[in-house]
Write a protein that binds this ligand. Structure first.
Ligand SMILES: [Zn+2]
Length: 368
C-alpha cells in the first residue's frame, strides 16, 4: 500500500513540474518546458467542470488547496516554483515559504519564511484529495479547489506579487500604461506582509517634495522649502512656476531610482476612476491592517493601507488612505493627493483627489 502511495506521489510531482499555473501571473519566471505549459494551459483549468477530474490522476499539485484539520481550515496556494502561501481564515495568518520532499517522496516539508518547519507524512492521494499526517499525528486533508474564488480578495492580494522581491510594478491595465508599486516609498514590503521579528506597522510619511521622513514634525516650521505662512516658500512657487516635482525632490525616484516616480494628479485620478475599490481589514498574524484594494481593469490588485496623514506629532484619520501626487495645486502652498475613505453610512469607498498644505506628512506610492 505504501508503494502505491509513493507512485501516486511521484506522478503528482511530475505533473507539478510540468504544469502551468494559469491564475498566478508569474509568467516572468516561467521555467517550465514550453510544450508542457502550452498543452496544459487554457484547456485544463476551467473547462473540465468536474467530470474529467477522476480520469486525471496526474492532476497538477500546483494550485489552491483547502486543508481541514481538527483546528482551523487552512488554505495553501502552491506555485510551480516551489513557493507557497499559507493562509488561515479568522485571525488571518499569511506566511511565505517553500516546500521540499524527502528522498522517498513520502514526506512534504514546508519551510516557512519565519524559520518554522512543518513536516507531513503522505498518507494518501486520490480524487483531488491529499491526506497528510504531521509529526504530532495531526491529520490534514487537502482538497484541491476548482478555482480560487473561495479565497475572495485574499487571493487577489496575495498572488499579485510574483515573489518576495518587492517592490513590484503592478500592471492594472490602465489606459495610460502606468504601473503602480505594490508597496509605499520607504517601505520594503507591502503592508500586508508581516516583518519578523517586529511586525508592528510603521508607515512612512513625508512632506510634499521632501525625500525623507521629518523627525521634527510635519508643520510649516520644519518644511524644507520654507514657511509659506511667512511668505518664505522657496521652490514650486508662483515665481518659478514649477508645478511638477523634479526627480531630485521626488522620494519615489530618490528611493528606488528611475523609472520610479511619484504619480501625477492625473495619474491618481486615473487610478481612482478606473479601479474598483474595496475597503478591507486584514489580519497578518496578531495585528490588523486596514486599507483599500484597487482592482484594475485586468483583475490585478494593489493594496493601499489606511495610513492617514501626519501632523506635528500625531497621525490623523487613520481610516483614510492619503497619498501624495507629484503635482502642486494652483495655490502654491498646497499639493494634490489621493484620498481614500470609507463612508460610515453606506460602507462605500470614496476615492478622490484633493489638495492640502505641502507640509503635511503623507505616504507616497511610486509608479513607473
Ligand atoms: Zn510586491
Amino acid at each position: 500500500m505504501k508503494k502505491l502511495h509513493s507512485n501516486l506521489f511521484v506522478t503528482m510531482m511530475v505533473a507539478m513540474l510540468g504544469a502551468g499555473f494559469a491564475s498566478c501571473g508569474d509568467d516572468a519566471d516561467d521555467n517550465a518546458p514550453k510544450t508542457e505549459s502550452n498543452t496544459n494551459n487554457g484547456s485544463n483549468q476551467s473547462d473540465n467542470g468536474g467530470q474529467s477530474d477522476e480520469n486525471e490522476p496526474a492532476n497538477p499539485w500546483v494550485g489552491t488547496w483547502r486543508c481541514e484539520n481538527n483546528r482551523k481550515p487552512l488554505v495553501y496556494i502552491f506555485k510551480k516554483d516551489g513557493s507557497f502561501l499559507y493562509y488561515q481564515e479568522n485571525y488571518y495568518v499569511r506566511m511565505d515559504g517553500s516546500y521540499v520532499y524527502n528522498e522517498a517522496k513520502e514526506m512534504l516539508i514546508l519551510s516557512l519564511d519565519n524559520g518554522n518547519t512543518i513536516t507531513y507524512d503522505v498518507i494518501s492521494f486520490a480524487n483531488n484529495t491529499l491526506i497528510y499526517q504531521t509529526e504530532s499525528k495531526d491529520s490534514y486533508t487537502f482538497t484541491k479547489q476548482k478555482d480560487d474564488s473561495a479565497l475572495g480578495f485574499y487571493k487577489d492580494i496575495y498572488t499579485t506579487c510574483p515573489d518576495n522581491r518587492h517592490p513590484h510594478a503592478i500592471d492594472l491595465g490602465l489606459p495610460s500604461g502606468i504601473k503602480w508599486s505594490c508597496c509605499n516609498a520607504l517601505a520594503f514590503t507591502p503592508d500586508y506582509v508581516v516583518n519578523f521579528p517586529t511586525p508592528d506597522k510603521v508607515y512612512e510619511y513625508v512632506s510634499w517634495g521632501e525625500t525623507k521622513q521629518n523627525s521634527d514634525g510635519y508643520s510649516w516650521m520644519y518644511y524644507k522649502y520654507g514657511n509659506a505662512e511667512k511668505g518664505q516658500l522657496r521652490k514650486y512657487t508662483d515665481y518659478d512656476n514649477k508645478t511638477q516635482l523634479e526627480a531630485e525632490d521626488d522620494i519615489a525616484t530618490t528611493w528606488l531610482g528611475t523609472p520610479w516616480r511619484t504619480p501625477s494628479k492625473a495619474e491618481c485620478e486615473e487610478l481612482a476612476k478606473m479601479c474598483t475599490w474595496t475597503h478591507v481589514t486584514l489580519f497578518p498574524l496578531y495585528i490588523t491592517v486596514e486599507g483599500y484594494i484597487a482592482k484594475g481593469v485586468n483583475g490585478n490588485v494593489v493594496f493601499f493601507p489606511a495610513t492617514g496623514s501626519k501632523g506635528i506629532r500625531s497621525t490623523y484619520d487613520e481610516t483614510e488612505g492619503c497619498y501624495w501626487s507629484s503635482t502642486r495645486a494652483e495655490n502654491p502652498e498646497e499639493a494634490w493627493y489621493l484620498c481614500l475613505k470609507q463612508s460610515q453610512s453606506t460602507g462605500e469607498v470614496t476615492h478622490r483627489v484633493f489638495s492640502q498644505p505641502r507640509h503635511w506628512g503623507l505616504c507616497v506610492r511610486p509608479v513607473q
